[in-house]
Design a protein around this ligand. Sequence first.
Ligand SMILES: *[C@@H]1O[C@H](CO)[C@@H](O)[C@H](O)[C@H]1NC(C)=O
Ligand SMILES: *[C@@H]1O[C@H](CO)[C@@H](O)[C@H](O)[C@H]1NC(C)=O
Ligand SMILES: *[C@@H]1O[C@H](CO)[C@@H](O)[C@H](O)[C@H]1NC(C)=O
Length: 221
Amino acid sequence: MATTLVMQLMLLLLLPVTRVSAQEQQQVVRPGCRDKCGNITIPYPFGIGDGCFRNDGRGGFELECNDSRSTPRLTVAGNGIRITSLSIIASEARALLRATRRCYDSKGRITGRSGDTSVPLIGSHYLFSQARNRLVALGCSNLGYFVDIAGYYVSGCMAVCGPQQFIELGSCTGVACCQSTIPPAIDYYEPYVLDFTKEQTNKGIVSYSNSTTCRYVFLAE
Ligand SMILES: *[C@@H]1O[C@H](CO)[C@@H](O)[C@H](O)[C@H]1NC(C)=O
Ligand SMILES: *[C@@H]1O[C@H](CO)[C@@H](O)[C@H](O)[C@H]1NC(C)=O
Ligand SMILES: *[C@@H]1O[C@H](CO)[C@@H](O)[C@H](O)[C@H]1NC(C)=O
């Protein structure tokens, strides 16, 4: 479990104030503009290059395509969020974000960490989809959560180490893995992984035996 996970994540696009015209709904591409990055179709108002996207001063519609990779990579200009699909009809974009990871030694010291970056969507055309995303904390013992721009707790859950009979593959119900729904209209994501020390775990429900070396928190579809 030392690898860095990359998770599928849905970003909800196009707030009600950003109505898409009938013409735009037909997923037309402007003449002279790229319509694809690899196998990902790029419908207007999204676009690559000057004059190819709707430029209304808010970020999000301008995309970049890096063709020099083995699989061409589509990203949002400005924040570098990696996009894997776009749908005007569904008002959805699917993105890949790196999972937040912490690894510990037997004494509880952090031996590895990655994916600590926050994802600010404030003022852009994107929001995290409440319908599509769950916050997941994987590994134990692990309180995984995220906060908003002001630092307030938004959503999270605790994955506790325990007997294997409560670990059903693919279910994620609390032992070694937990998930929580997120509120609507979330435009900022800053993840945290909280470990529990031996002292804390001896007192309560949290078992230290069978704890995993690495713990993760991520938003997933
Ligand atoms: C696009 O390409 C990726 C990577 O090569 C592949 O996994 C995916 O299935 C393809 N999607 C479509 C719609 O062809
Ligand atoms: C495109 O990807 C290559 C390979 O990872 C990288 O070296 C290069 O800097 C990228 N180009 C841009 C413009 O990001
Ligand atoms: C630890 O894992 C072993 C083997 O899966 C299991 O038998 C044991 O009950 C677990 N211990 C605890 C405290 O959950």
